[in-house]
Write a protein that binds this ligand. Structure first.
Ligand SMILES: C[S@@+](CC[C@H](N)C(=O)[O-])C[C@H]1O[C@@H](n2cnc3c(N)ncnc32)[C@H](O)[C@@H]1O
Length: 213
């Protein structure tokens, strides 16, 4: 075996170990706290590719992920961001936070609650956000919590900013999902939807702009 082949095999092994660690962390957190995670596995690369499209590629944008989990959306976001940008993840799960800090050193990880969004941004000297990308389990949240987080996300957005929310397509038809959809309609002037079928279950993207203040 050549040294190059040896190196190649080493890399494949490292990637497999990192993936395994990602799935273990995600699954363990989901088992301990199913309502907080709202999923059994991280979202697919197909979802991540679509989500990343809202990320500005010029200037010095600020992107905030609400509920980055093990970071399945984070690599795609990171790849698009120009130098000088900030990529902040606000994550409630302690195991997820440890995983992110170990595997995504280029991200600013805040161990906190999306419900404290404005206070957390203030603490980290952020006064406007160009993209909020959220994959917290919106449809499982009580009405007042949905409202409280959405209002803060809308307030944090820069004038040209975009707010993205992901939900499972079947969850959109539950009472919590319908309430969330209606709440988005009261919060944003523009809402575009997109479904990624290459995820189990399929994912519904809401891409929202121009908060109704
Ligand atoms: C469905 S998982 C999504 C994880 C990842 N972004 C993905 O797409 O695979 C939801 C994540 O949101 C986190 N979460 C739930 N409620 C939260 C909150 N109020 N604040 C911050 N993170 C929260 C969970 O711990 C979990 O990591």
């Amino acid at each position: 075996m050549t040294p190059q082949q040896d190196q190649q095999i080493g890399k494949v092994g490292q990637n497999a170990a990192s993936k395994l660690d990602e799935y273990r962390t995600f699954f363990q957190t989901a088992v301990r706290n199913p309502r907080m995670v709202g999923a059994a596995t991280p979202t697919s690369a197909a979802v991540a590719a679509t989500v990343a499209q809202v990320v500005p590629t010029t200037g010095t944008p600020v992107v905030v992920e609400l509920g980055p989990g093990t970071g399945s959306l984070s690599d795609g976001i990171h790849r698009r961001l120009p130098e000088g940008a900030r990529h902040v993840g606000i994550e409630l799960g302690e195991g997820m936070v440890e995983h992110l800090r170990a595997h995504k050193p280029w991200m600013e990880i805040v161990h906190g609650d999306a419900g404290d969004l404005l206070a957390l941004l203030d603490k980290h000297n952020i006064d406007r956000v160009d993209a909020v990308i959220s994959s917290i389990p919106w449809s499982l949240l009580p009405s007042d919590a949905q409202n409280h987080i959405l209002r803060q996300a809308a307030e944090a957005l820069a004038p040209q900013g975009a707010f993205t929310a992901l939900t499972y397509l079947p969850a959109d038809q539950t009472p919590g999902g319908r309430r969330f959809r209606a709440r988005l309609g009261h919060t944003f002037d523009e809402i575009i939807t997109h479904t990624t079928w290459r995820n189990i279950p399929p994912i519904l993207h809401y891409i929202c702009r121009r908060p109704l203040r």
